[in-house]
Write a protein that binds this ligand. Structure first.
Ligand SMILES: [Zn+2]
Length: 179
């Protein structure tokens, strides 16, 4: 899957150069724009600005472990009042590129991928795209909308009053006792 042909290919949006990469831990930072993915799902999820990706690549004899973290702003809408909410979302994903399939690993998770020892690069574009989409929360609520906050406080006040009043009640009883 990762073996590249001799023909020069269009450079991947986000890729790790393996050629000349020594063993050990390497850090990479990428920035791109939401539009670079040319994917309507990314746009529909609320991403429109810059996306930063931090990748930690750990290369050893048997495998290359890649941990990636995406940070991006998304324009969502509040589940309670539908007001626009801008959130900074972080997503993480870890994938292992292995040179040889270990016995019994065939049905293992997607996070294990076979790679040729002579591969010159790993294309992370698709993993980053999926990590971004997975970083979108199932629920979003206002962070600084007073109208929405009033609604939230009303809901929690009733619950808060109970322990308070019963605590006060016992305090009054105590006072009576020692009066
Ligand atoms: Zn709201």
């Amino acid at each position: 899957m990762e073996t590249r042909g001799v023909m020069p290919k269009e450079r991947a949006l986000i890729e790790i150069r393996l050629a000349g990469l020594s063993q050990g831990i390497h850090k990479f930072d990428f920035t791109c724009a939401a539009g670079d993915f040319k994917d309507s799902a990314v746009k529909d999820a609320g991403f429109s600005d810059g996306i930063s990706v931090h990748a930690i690549v750990e290369k050893n004899d048997d495998e290359i472990a890649v941990s990636m973290e995406t940070t991006a702003k998304a324009a969502l809408s509040c589940d309670l009042c539908l007001a626009p909410v801008a959130l900074e979302l972080k997503g993480t994903y870890r994938v292992y590129y292995i040179y040889e399939q270990a016995p019994g690993q065939e049905e293992a998770a997607d996070e294990y991928r076979l790679i040729d020892r002579n591969s010159v690069s790993i294309d992370l574009t698709e993993d980053v795209r999926e990590t971004l989409l997975l970083s979108v929360p199932m629920k979003a609520t206002c962070t600084d909308n007073p109208d929405c906050h009033i609604y939230l406080q009303e809901g929690s006040e009733d619950a808060d009053n109970l322990p308070d009043s019963s605590w006060q009640e016992s305090l009054e009883k105590l006072k009576d006792k020692y009066r």
